[in-house]
Ligand binder design. Structure first.
Ligand SMILES: Cc1cc2nc3c(=O)[nH]c(=O)nc-3n(C[C@H](O)[C@H](O)[C@H](O)COP(=O)(O)O)c2cc1C
Length: 191
């Protein structure tokens, strides 16, 4: 697929819709390699791609459930069960994180997080180009220090998102071309 076509046509596919199988090893290698070609201030390679597949998704669900209970002791059983089921919605969950080096001489923490986010977007595009459905989700789990710890991340790292990836029966319907008027200005000098 032509890169411009992919950029213009990519859409998210809800994890409710995707199914087995996930990408095979060769496809996953392409997808992650595309992620690792993201723009990267200082070539710090701040991204971490944590792959969760098969039975590990059950264990991640247990982490989500336990962390939800800790965050929200009043959550009812249905809410906890929903957390537990989240990772099981897709055959592959990629937790994309930024390993943040604080106090770097030239590259601010925010640039390191942005590089990891750029990697996540590259991964979504590669999934789309290879015919997989994918969606980037965060929610409270992405910002929970106990989830970070369970994923082997440091407290200073940032989870930029959970990318849910799986097969789809048909490519998503294309969306209309974006109206740029509200978001684009031509700057000609100080206001
Ligand atoms: C950083 C980030 C976090 C997101 N987190 C969520 C989320 O937790 N829940 C959700 O429904 N959509 C979330 N989204 C939005 C979806 O991934 C998706 O982009 C949106 O539904 C629009 O669909 P599209 O990608 O087809 O344009 C997030 C997007 C980004 C960039």
């Amino acid at each position: 697929m032509n890169v411009i076509d992919a950029l213009l046509a990519r859409r998210s596919v809800s994890p409710r819709v995707v199914r087995d199988p996930g990408p095979n090893d060769a496809e996953l290698n392409l997808i992650l390699s595309a992620g690792a070609r993201a723009a990267d201030h200082g070539r710090m390679r701040p991204w971490r791609f944590i792959l969760v597949q098969g039975a590990a998704r059950v264990r991640l669900g247990e982490v989500f459930a336990a962390c939800r209970r800790r965050r929200d002791p009043t959550a009812n059983d249905a809410e906890i069960d929903k957390e537990r089921a989240k990772p099981l919605r897709a055959p592959l969950v990629i937790a994309v994180a930024a390993h943040v080096v604080a106090g770097h001489a030239t590259v601010r923490a925010v640039d390191q997080v942005h590089a990891a986010a750029a990697a996540a977007q590259n991964i979504l595009l590669a999934c789309f180009a290879l015919g997989f459905g994918a969606m980037w989700l965060t929610g409270s789990n992405a910002h929970d220090p106990n989830v970070k710890r369970a994923l082997g991340l440091a407290a200073t790292d940032e989870i930029v998102g959970f990318l849910y990836v799986g097969s789809i029966d048909a490519p998503p319907e294309p969306l209309p071309v974006e109206d740029l008027a509200a978001n684009v200005v031509e700057w000609t000098g100080p206001a």
